[in-house]
Ligand binder design. Sequence first.
Ligand code: LLP
Length: 862
Amino acid sequence: MTAGARPWVVLKFGGTSVSRRNRWDTIGRLAAKRMADEDVRVLVVVSALSGVTNELQAISQGDAVDARIGALVDRHRAFCAELDLDPETVLGQRLGALQSLGTDPRAQSRPLDWQAEVLAQGELLSSTLGAAYLRTQGLDFGWCDARQWLDAVSLPNASDWAQRLAVNCRHESSAEFLERFGTQAAPMLLTQGFIARHGDGGTAILGRGGSDTSAAYFGALLKARRVEIWTDVPGMFTANPREVPDARLLTRLDYAEAQEIATTGAKVLHPRSIAPCRDAGVPMAILDTERFDLPGTRIDASATTVAGVKAISRRNGIVLVSMESIGMWQQVGFLADVFERFKRHGLSVDLIGSSETNVTVSLDPSENLVTTNVLEALSADLSQVCRVKVIAPCAAITLVGRGMRSLLHKLSDIWATFGRERVHLISQSSNDLNLTFVIDEADADGMLPQLHAELVRGGAMPVLDASVFGPSWREIAHGKLARPAPWWAGARPALLDAARTGTPRYVYDLATMRERARALRSVEAISHCFYAMKANPHPELLRALVQEGFGLECVSQAELDHVFAHVPSLLPQRVLFTPSFAPRREYEAAFARGVTVTIDSVEALQKWPEVFRGQRVWLRLDLGHGEGHHEKVRTGGVAAKFGLPVARFDAFLALARTLDLRITGLHAHLGSGIDNPRHWREVYAQLAGLADNVGTVETIDIGGGLPIPYTPDAQDFDLALWRDGLEEIKAAYPRYGLVVEPGRYLVAECGVLLLGVTQVIEKDGVRRVGADAGMNALMRPAMYEAWHGIHNLSRLDEANDTAFDVVGPICESGDVLGRNRLLPGATAEGDVLLVADAGAYGMAMANTYNLRALPQQDIIGP
Ligand code: LLP
């Protein structure tokens, strides 16, 4: 192909990518590689060296002009030396131009055209020295002045300032432009971002995000094959990775989604730069100069639409203006009156919520110069037409993704989480791409990781779709999680043998459970460990855990009977009884057995004083909030039936005194599957603070609730961090014995559920594998939308290449064990499916609905 006809690829590099010699080597290598691999011509667009534009900004404002120019001259000379270039030959003329701008007569009055020229010097310098350096490295690079190619357009209503220092450029491609640009001799060209030609022939500046936007303009004008934005992050993520380490790289977005994500949070790409590429149909890519091997983020029109939330972001410093119309219901022209005043004060409005008599809008600080003065003037002005209230500082938390309105049912946890905060405004964009909640800024702290996890868990963010969701930030930064193969992978023949004797069937591996038990027992801060046997009451598991030094926690008289029937040697002191709304007789039976009874209401003492008189008990408290993997397993806060509210603590103590009831323990279990390892430390701290007022407390029980990683990308629970927290807080309050009572952590991973495949059916494009048990054997997916790994044990060596829904035989639509699971395409009747991590709350919650028999159970291992 002749040079003129070859397509272009535009590569843009920012300040940090042009400030070191090795970075310029990278630029040269990448440009040459593109040219060699794709038979294209390459245009490289660069920013100024890092920090230089800020200096030029200060100079353009007349601040310490001489000193700053002197420092800039020295910095660029020194960099020439680092590049083995002669500063005089390469930059002499340009540095002279910079110096003469300082002595220019215009430097006194600082007109806009002079400011633009000052600001342009950074890119002119960096591109000039870069081109010279790349040529010394043997690369055939030409240099061109962007001002010859990018023309500023003058927009109606734009201020003089904007027409000079924040311009937009013409970007409709034409054969004439392509032809003219193509005649430049060198196959690779270097030019400047950020600068353009003003209508008067002078210099104009693109303003914020200028270099990205320059690259996009060139991409559009050249009808480039691609615009690549090279930065020092791997691309756009589902959330800010600094705040949410589990955020996933977004490998594929369409223009509208990328625009929305860039506008609401992600800093890697300026939102302005997307429209030119979108208009011209030029694909964009965000790539990482340090990590070439990552896919980066590709933005184009071809992405098949994947409905779902792609990102969650947070913007701080949002100001809300609430305007109550005075008395005039549906007053004609009210909105016109109001918005006219925003315009007058130069404020652009972002979100809007309205009712019959109130309009509330948000001002985004990135689009507005929101100062106290401006707000005061605006309020004064608005108060002529309405009652005004300014609410600030607020945070806007935005979910971005296609088809938000059809996702509402998957957002129930998100709504519940916001329901616990004071929400000032909710706004759903008319393009169905964005759902925003505005709350007080202080309340937003720490919310993003939780919200992100809820989006994944509820299925609103479809992270298992590998065409859109890449690796997590954690994985990129620390390498892929190397989780050891599960025990069942090595026990396949034994499991298949067991399955032949009948399915459904649970199989438990004692060695795995003992390993978990020992990990907990080794935590020195803990005085006693109890096993919450409701998770799995299999007698062999109970005996093994008692052997490992665990006591048992029971919640019903039947559990107590079961324990003493199967582990008769167990001392009553090693048994807790923590019932919920149990009948009176169960308390009496428990006291008669001599186990430790926990109560959680004043009413129990009022109604049954004789049951409690003179006894020793533990008291379960509700610390005001619940935690856990699903709304249904959170056991604190007003919605939960458990625990005595702290507000009634004193009343309880007073009544207890009259009954000579001694409170020897305080207890709180706020939920199940809590992934924050600091949670238990805080529970201990709060209970210890309360215990100090009682005087008789010996023990503090911080509950169970430790999670396990059910999904492939979930984190292992950081037991070391958990232990450190407990040790720290135990050292602060050493006088209480510390008790924990986990269930799931000990037994979930030791159990699998084996099922036989009954039928494989395709209906309306959905393939389903039917199993001989479903929600009757394992309730968790139906009840909590819980995720369990599902594997075809009969075909473990075949590729998992076909997506199936795995369903059970129960007459309920909710009888689905997993949706869209990859299994071997040949999966067929008679195969054995293995459902992983089913040891906790599996058999314990199984039932005989539809008169299907309960699963069998087997134990393997010592
Ligand atoms: N202590 C008390 C007072 C409890 O109510 C529970 C569990 C535990 C300890 C043990 O919690 P764990 O360490 O297992 O999270 N069926 C649900 C879990 C319900 C938990 C009920 N209480 C599930 O399958 O996720």
